[in-house]
Write a protein that binds this ligand. Structure first.
Ligand code: ADP
Length: 446
């Protein structure tokens, strides 16, 4: 309140001073009174002019943006007023800056969301969207602001959902560039505004479709031999068969049972491969040991019908899971034996590449495979010739297992084949999984 007293004192002092001066210089009795009144009026005038000038300075400061510039330095009432206005403006500016910071943080949190986020106003015009939503819906974040969303995103399911205001269930729409599938959820908020969330579900849908196909394939593969066995059981139960016929039926039943066993065995192998950690890279096994097990299997399966040759290199050691590697190489060799006609040639050999990686190659002189099948051979249940595969005891899972094992060991499966000229399957293992026993030096082959 100091400015009030100051102001009262100043006014009184000016008026008094004016009065005294007027009285002293007035001369004569009546003139003294007039002089005093004129002095008082003069004092008041000085006070008013000073007031107007200070008010003007304050207004000039306020209309010049106030916040950036220093307030005019004045004492008394106007000074107090300037200080208070400045304080109020600064505090408002601080809270506005805080609000802006919070909004920026909030928007950057939405920006980091794994979902696309789009805000629509009550007339379904785009108010804001994050980069992911723009990417999902093919929008331009800046150019498309204030545009009606249904003019830009024309997927019928999305448009119908907005029109019907049926926001309970998400809808699935294709991405505008046709590259994938989106799930779109819409929620209402505020005063008729809408929040649109988009999620790329292409991979999820693909995985779901694969799982459905896989289950359908497995069911089909198991149902076929099961139907055959059930038919034979019925035959054995209802028909009087001769000993020879009975033996034939039992042999066929055994064959179908074996087929189911192989299938279940391969399915379990795949499940184990998918569910277990990567094979350790410091558990070493001699390739020769793996080779002799493969060789024994191959000779048993071929039963002398093919010319087989094996070359397992020179005391090489491999790092990895022995059962997995054995299963991979056995699958390749057993394919070669099963698909190569009698008296054909099958060669299995080891080679170390100059940079240290190792290759186990299985080459046959079988029928070969047409180029269009090659990229799909490692898909589960993919067969070039279904009946040939099944007749020879194939499950359609062999190469899928080999590819999986190769990848788990950091390697790959290469396939090269020409119809009529045979096939060549190569299991490649990275250099870190190949070594020679201490003291031996690798001799790489071209
Ligand atoms: P399958 O159990 O049917 O042999 P695989 O996954 O091992 O299944 O092989 C997939 C398909 O690749 C086979 O059905 C067959 O048509 C073809 N295939 C695999 N190996 C050979 C080969 N050595 N020669 C010719 N075709 C082959």
């Amino acid at each position: 309140m100091s400015w009030i007293w100051l102001r009262v004192l100043l006014t009184a002092a000016l008026v008094l001073l004016g009065g005294v001066i007027g009285h002293l210089f007035g001369g004569g009795e009546r003139r003294e009174l007039q002089g005093a009144l004129a002095g008082i009026a003069g004092g008041l005038l000085v006070f008013i002019v000073r007031d107007i000038w200070r008010g003007h300075q304050l207004l000039r400061w306020l209309s010049g943006g106030a916040i950036g510039a220093e307030p005019p330095r004045m004492g008394g009432f106007w000074g107090e007023m300037a200080t208070r206005i400045e304080r109020a403006l600064r505090s408002r500016e601080r809270s506005a800056a805080n609000e802006r910071d919070r909004l920026a943080q909030f928007l950057s949190a939405i920006e980091a969301s794994p979902n696309g986020v789009l805000l629509l106003d009550a007339s379904e015009q785009i108010e804001w969207c994050n980069a992911l939503a723009a990417d999902h819906l093919g929008l331009d974040r800046h150019r498309d602001l204030r545009q009606r969303v249904t003019n830009l995103v024309r997927a019928p399911a999305f448009v119908a959902m907005l029109q019907a205001r049926a926001f309970e269930q998400p809808v699935q729409i294709p991405q505008p560039d046709g590259s994938g599938l989106l799930s779109v959820i819409v929620r209402s908020y505020g005063d008729g505004q809408r929040l649109v969330l988009t999620q790329d579900i292409t991979e999820r849908e693909r995985a779901d479709a694969m799982r459905r196909d896989f289950v359908a394939n497995v069911s089909h593969e198991i149902r076929t031999p099961l139907t055959v066995v059930a038919g034979f059981v019925e035959t054995l139960t209802n028909l009087p068969l001769s000993e020879v016929e009975r033996k034939r039926v039992l042999a066929l039943m055994a064959q179908q049972t074996q087929r189911m066993q192989s299938l279940v065995g391969d399915l379990l192998t795949l499940a184990r491969l998918e569910g277990s950690p990567r094979p350790s890279s410091d558990a070493w096994l001699p390739l020769a040991r793996l080779g002799s097990a493969v060789e024994m299997d191959a000779r048993g399966l071929s039963a002398g019908r093919h010319r087989l040759s094996f070359d397992w290199g020179d005391e090489v050691e491999l790092a990895g899971n022995e059962a997995e590697l054995l299963s991979a190489v056995t699958n390749l060799v057993s394919n070669a034996v099963r698909y190569t006609p009698e008296s054909g040639q099958i060669e299995v050999h080891w080679r170390q590449r100059p940079e240290g990686a190792g290759e186990i190659t299985v080459r046959d002189t079988g029928p070969g495979i047409a180029a269009e099948h090659l990229p799909r051979l490692t898909e589960r249940f993919y067969r070039v010739d279904g009946s040939r595969s099944r007749d020879t005891g194939g499950t359609g899972l062999g190469l899928a297992i080999v590819k999986h094992v190769a990848q788990r060991h950091g390697g790959e499966l290469l396939i090269d084949s020409t119809p009529g000229q045979g096939s060549c399957f190569t299991l490649v293992l990275p250099a870190m999984r190949v070594r020679l026993p201490a003291g031996r030096v690798a001799v790489s082959q071209p």
